[in-house]
Design a protein around this ligand. Structure first.
Ligand code: GLY
Length: 333
């Protein structure tokens, strides 16, 4: 059986067996590859206008191009995931930097993490309010400190001390998120979109290294100080060469309790699961606890999967073969 046929049969099997997985796998080994997500949720055609759909696809392409430019030039996987996440942090469509959701205290508290599969170095920040690009702060924690994680004011102070741009908290605010906060505070209930929109990337570089990165604003009207899964290595982000790289999006409380990203990589490494099968297992555990969301996963060989138990996930892939795809709804795979 050819590898391509095996991959095709595998994807059919995954779609038909699980209550949670909508997976796509591809078995060619590219020289380099990047896969991204911009959040998962009840994203159905009736919820987006044609213009909004086009805007999301365009924004995903900008992110893929930023990561691909790094990888094409021989840059590292960790630089590529950082570059891809950076463009989404700057785009108000996504719940990460500018355009992030607001806390119940009418502020923004952002979380981010990054991991280099080559040496399993990692960095993260939680609850930052002033560093313009949280993923750069996470990277600086990894590269320029002896620690893995900084939180709150100390994280913002650290980011400023290494020369990163800081902004007023209001820089992150948009009318859309203000209205969402007012609605949640008025109704005391969150819609699906209020809990989703995290961004992330996984990549394979020409040297065979893989990496992962994730950034979020969390959930609308979250309690000040609440931290989700996105800054937690092993929950939303994990990367280990020759095993897998994962970035997750979803209801953080459940992803933390399952340890989604590390669970996936451990199943791949020790149980011999496919990357899609391992992701399906982890998301099945999330669903059992009552949560939802999705992951992008890259194997050590560049094979990739999108797996989500929601109606849609903003996602995309580009690689050294010239392939570039973006998708939003469940049925596009
Ligand atoms: N997954 C993002 C959060 O729950 O904060």
């Amino acid at each position: 059986m050819t590898r391509a046929l095996f991959g095709f049969l595998l994807s059919l099997m995954i779609v038909s067996t699980g209550p949670v997985a909508h997976a796509q796998t591809e078995s060619e080994t590219p020289e380099w590859r990047i896969v991204i997500h911009g959040g998962a949720g009840v994203i159905t055609r009736d919820k987006l206008t044609d213009e909004q759909e086009a805007a999301y696809n365009a924004a995903l392409e900008v992110s893929l191009k930023a990561g691909s430019d790094v990888l094409r030039e021989g840059g590292s996987a960790v630089d590529a995931v950082q570059a891809a996440v950076l463009t989404m942090e700057d785009d108000a469509l996504f719940n990460s930097g500018h355009g992030a959701v607001m806390t119940a205290a009418h502020e923004h508290e952002l979380d981010a993490s990054i991991m280099d599969g080559k040496n399993r170095d990692a960095g993260s920040v939680a609850g930052v309010k002033h560093v313009k690009n949280p993923i750069l702060a996470a990277r600086a924690v990894m590269d320029q400190s002896e620690h893995v994680m900084f939180a709150g004011q100390g994280a913002d102070d650290f980011a400023e001390s290494v020369g990163l741009e800081t902004v007023e908290n209001s820089y992150f605010t948009t009318e859309r998120r203000k209205k969402a906060l007012e609605r949640v505070l008025d109704t005391q209930s969150r819609e699906d979109a209020d809990r989703h929109g995290t961004v992330g990337a996984v990549a394979l570089d020409k040297d065979g290294n893989i990496a992962a990165a994730t950034t979020t604003g969390g959930m609308t009207a979250k309690a000040p100080g609440r931290i989700g899964d996105s800054p937690l290595i092993g929950a939303a982000t994990y990367a280990q060469n020759d095993v897998c790289a994962v970035s997750a999006t979803g209801h953080g409380e459940y992803f933390i309790r399952v340890g989604v990203a590390k669970t996936i990589c451990t199943r791949v490494e020790l149980a011999g699961d496919s990357i899609a099968g391992a992701a399906e297992n982890a998301l099945g555990q999330v669903a059992e606890l009552g949560g939802d969301g999705g992951v992008i996963v890259m194997g050590g060989d560049g094979q990739y999967a999108y797996v989500f138990n929601t109606a849609g996930m903003y996602r995309g892939m580009s690689d050294s073969t010239g392939a570039m795809e973006t998708a939003i709804f469940e049925a596009e795979d």
